[in-house]
Design a protein. Sequence first.
Length: 356
Amino acid sequence: MAAPTRYDLDRGALTELLAGQPRYRVDQVWAGLHEQLAEPEDMTNVPLALRRRLAEVLPDALALTTEAVADGGDTVKWLWTLGDGSRVETVLMHYPQRSTVCVSSQAGCAMACGFCATGQAGFTRHLTSGEIVEQVVRASRRARADGRRLANVVFMGMGEPLANFDHTWAAVHRIHDDLGLGARHITISTVGIVPGIRRLADADLPVNLAVSLHAADDELRNELVPINKRYPLAVLAEACAEHVERTGRRLSFEWALIDGVNDRPQDAARLAAYARGLRAHVNLIPLNPTPGYATRGTPPEGVERFRRELADRGTNVTVRDTRGTSIDAACGQLAASAAVAAPIPRRRPRTADEHR
Ligand code: SAH
């Protein structure tokens, strides 16, 4: 792996780096990185020579490659190039009261869900915790610049966070302990890696769990979400129950509605039964188009019919808004290689902040 980046360093490592400096420097620099979200060059309470040294030894993890804005400025997608040339994307979404960032946990993904652009592209590597945390820092900085407040972090970008558990968990801690977001404002979304869900249930912060279900019978789920062959629905339900019991957090299921595939009445009936046992909330999203998957998303009337079928069975269900579709920033559309090959529409000039 490449040299550690700015947010890969923990406090102990920073203390070592600042050996010979007055002890309060560690606090100053730590607060500079996590509270002011400052670049070392801008930590004006630190002597200039030290600022310069910090800028050198604490390099950024993410180099901005492209930025795209949609939804009247309320959705921003960034494509970053990492130290080794890998590319990942981050999406910031502003809502009236709060902003949410969707972060990537891996470059690419090994889970091979056919309908997902990242799954179509395959796996490159795990992200380090610093590479994950820096996505949140960039988004938070941007939110501040837009007069907003970053309130939620969702691990729903590229990659499978529970296949990169240790780095994901270290990032969660940094986001919680140092960037100051509460555990109830952090959501990990998984394809259903059962050992990871169990570890999460035992972990020391009760974060929200979202499971990308998409089918509630094993035959169809094996097809849509291949990891189901390893961790079938019955086993998945047990792990989810354990998470709910241990953390007290509400579980949610993601369901990308695919026309004629998983939007039939029997799909609603099975999903309602599966969700009922776990008192899970269901998030419906019409499938977003991706280059490698021919089947389309369920049209709006079908989405509404499916929602009603669930609601009539007592399921707690919402339809998720599809943000950023026009800039390939919507759910499942993140695929760095495609984003590079095709210029991103509606790009606007980078601001001074992003140049730094
Ligand atoms: N690997 C994790 C997190 C990344 S995917 C997971 O599977 O949960 C984030 C969400 O987008 C998942 O629910 C995923 O199934 C969904 N998704 C993937 N491709 C999609 C598409 N084309 N349209 C709508 N949702 C999609």
